[in-house]
Design a protein around this ligand. Sequence first.
Ligand code: FAD
Ligand code: DLZ
Length: 512
Amino acid sequence: MTRKLVVVLGDQLSPALPALRAADKARDIVLMCEVMEEATYVRHHKKKIALIFSCMRHFADELRADGWTVDYRTLDQTGAAGSFTTEVARAVALHKPSSVAITSPNEWRVLDMVRDWPSRLQCPVEITDDDRFISSRQEFEAWAKGRKQLRMEYFYRDMRHKTGLLMEGDEPAGGQWNFDQENRKPAKAGLSLPQPKPFSPDKITKDVLRLVAARFNAHFGDLDPFWFGVTRAQAEQALAHFIETGLPHFGDFQDAMLEGEAFLYHSVLSIYMNIGLLDPLSVCQRVERAWRKGRVPLNAAEGYIRQIIGWREYVRGIYWLKMPEYVALNHFDHQRPVPEFYWSGKTEMACLRAAIGQTRREAYAHHIQRLMLTGNFALLAGVSPQALHEWYLTVYADAFEWVELPNTLGMSQFADGGLLASKPYVASGAYVNRMSNHCKGCAYDVAKPHGPKSCPFNGLFWHFLARHRGKLRSNPRLSQMYRTWDRFTEERRQSTLASAEAFLASLDGKPG
Ligand code: FAD
Ligand code: DLZ
């Protein structure tokens, strides 16, 4: 009999997955597997492994309830040497399918593995494009072809036209494509902040939590409390909760940071979108509806939709356009290892302590913490972009290479020499002080430009600009900064560089 083996990966948990749509539940078999190779190719945060395994188990149950036959392999069954390839080989020997079907994996590493399957398995393998994105890989390539600069803003406008989101005919709603100038308010302590919707672990999740505690105890991060949703229904509830409570102020305080507040008005929905529990286009349509009904202002709806149909789609396009060479780029030839305190959180810098502490606890930090705290610091300190890429991929529950890598290498570290960003995202302590209240409780003095106990961001900022002048001097967006540096007295320049050097020397292997 002609029967397919349909392989569903841990970030493909969508009933409308192309490989499932093309299969017959009365005849074909679905294979899902928890495997050591995926859990350890980087030593993922414990919460991330628990999230993926629990969501996989719940999704397998949903498929079974819908009439599918699912061959589900737990980590205990697949063992210490389990990989996608060993498990598919086992299932091919057992079920003797006429072909293997899979939706194209979202990571180059896994796609490369799958391309090897036909010869390894002696069985035909059908790879279907993943159409859970708004722009296909081919569309993005066509958009990028012949352009000198691949700026997100223009791609985003095309996506607005394509989806019709926030459009009035051919014009953007409100007469503007982008309302970012309204979106940079600092938050003040005392704001009444919503929290993301928490869910209590059920029996399946409790089993997974025991497994992760036993097998991955040495991995980074806290397993408890585990409050993520693990089913499509729960992800939908988290979305509805966010639209009601967080979205109205999402735009205003998008770039703000507050001591003791991990989430502010952010949605914490990337974890669900990235594994397939929420469909990104439907999320945007729900947000648009909330605006059309007058429940949220346009700057919030536009800002939110831009992150998804703009940034999320755009970084995916860049990933597939530029891989596999992209991962090795290192424009500034930065070689420093990731500082030890990125793992321990033990640093006297209050802002980094907060961002890394919540990363350990929640496997989450919001965009500005990733970009302007851990990313900014690493770039100024000269951390290897490849080592940093591995750190981001490890520590966040939403981290999958297609989205994490362009954000880290391109947007945050400028390691692609400016393909993604028009200038490096670097800032001194003044930025952190403007956008947060961290500096008030910090052991360092943000107002001090150099010298003992001056905010390390201050010295490092100028050190970075000075040491990379050759590569950056012609960037028009930095010329004002270089003019300011040149106006400093020689004595001030030397003291600033000496402060930064002393701090960098203290970094190697020691808490900052
Ligand atoms: P919100 O602030 O509520 O934003 C809404 C949604 O927009 C997010 O859920 C996400 O789907 C999308 N989004 C926003 N910004 C981006 C962006 N720059 N790229 C892609 N999608 C975006 N995002 C990931 O999903 N996975 C990652 O591994 C990841 N790594 C990052 C590493 C660095 C160095 C930086 C600077 C950013 C990274 N981002 C990553 C982008 C962004 O920080 C996260 O998407 C966001 O913080 C997720 O939290 P949220 O759901 O509360 O987002
Ligand atoms: C991230 C991850 C982890 C930790 N474990 C598994 C797993 O055991 N089984 C699985 O199917 N997927 C897992 N994943 C997600 C995969 O790494 C993901 O499917 C690829 O990164 C996408 O190419």
